[in-house]
Design a protein around this ligand. Sequence first.
Ligand code: MN
Length: 467
Amino acid sequence: MDERETGGGLPVGADLRGWLRRLADTGRLTTPRAGLDLRFEVAATANVLDGTAATFFRGPGGSDTPVVSGLLSHRDWMAESMGVPTAEAARTFGEASEHPIDWVEVPDPACQQVITREVDLTTQLPIPTHNEHDSGAYITAGLLIARNPVTGQQNVSIHRLQVTAPDKLGVLLLPRHTLAFLDESAAAGQALEIAVVIGVDPLTLMASQAIVPLGVDELTVSGALRGEPLPVTRCVTNEVRVPADAEIVLEGRIEAAERAPEGPFGEFPQYYGERAERHVVTLDAMTTKEKPIFHTIVGGGLEHLLLGALPREATFLVELQRRFACVRDVHLSRGGTCRYHLYVQVSGHKPGEVTNVILSALSVHYDVKHVVVVDADVDVHDPMEVEWAVATRFQASRDLLVVDTAQGSKLDPSTVDGVGSKLGMDATSPLDAPEMKFLRIRVPGQENLTVDGIRAAADATSPVDYF
Ligand code: MN
């Protein structure tokens, strides 16, 4: 990552406020009318601007604390925050995930300028209610950092957090790393120490979504994206280490046996996650900057989807290229919720190898449900191109692979509690096909022309003169 353009020093995404300034300076940060209602108005506005501009809400619900949304609602912005071209983003993220850099503890952190021991989420923070049937206000951009009581290792992940009481949050823990830590702490007869960190820099936000093994602290992936250790600090009431420059830190714990109703909540597949008895976070303190910024991610919006896409693509690229020399690129499509539909581009594959690629891809992450493999002449980042390959190179009786009863996403309503089918489509041309049969038509010289170039060199005479 030495060759990255960072303007000297850190990538621009290493600092939240610096990133917001950059968005503002380039017309990508909109400040709507002040005082919008936290119930629906904030989310509706953010959704309308989603992918076009980030939104900075002043005085939301009358709060002194502003709310920001849509920091990373475009793939190009994610790459920009890392200081690389968009085509290199997944590769760069993958390298960071493979080569993490340990964090460093610093004194006098900005995130502890104000310390509140009596936490009341209902009055102290502007927490929005997003979708129509959400059960109430949710913290959606909180990095839940858990500390394994036995090993001291940390895990970072984003969970939906329902404001259940002034100092309680209902939390959905899917069967991944936080839950594994909770099981270990329960076995040790302790509560799981956690922090919920709101308002972090874009690199740390993306790093929180890295698909790294249990025991790898995702904050160390943020360090690798920065190119130097992430400054962290110890919480005031527990041993969890949090990013020192965070806007807001909620310190607390999860008791293994405690449950309370949580949900429904509008999730990334654009359906509601159901109401059920779920785990509970109890808060012991809140620390913030003097004038903090609250970050919210609207469920189902582009920021929500893309934060899932890029880190996963990075992992698919690393894992598949480790096994298969033929894999060139991957893409998680928006229509597939940036989680369920994986497109893989290959070239130079051997007979039968596409099937191995499909089976391997399905096992890298349980969220992936449908895999489509295409040749190198198909733009894997353009769903219309992939559909063209399926339309013209795929035969169901020959190229379709179906696997029954596999673990999938619990948030996919077509599964039975997360268990469902997997599907692979080999949309590559047959290896033994005659040379011309699958050759894409092409106009020589077209690749050197652009719309702007043609317009710039246009003939000054009006065509209307002729007719
Ligand atoms: Mn993890």
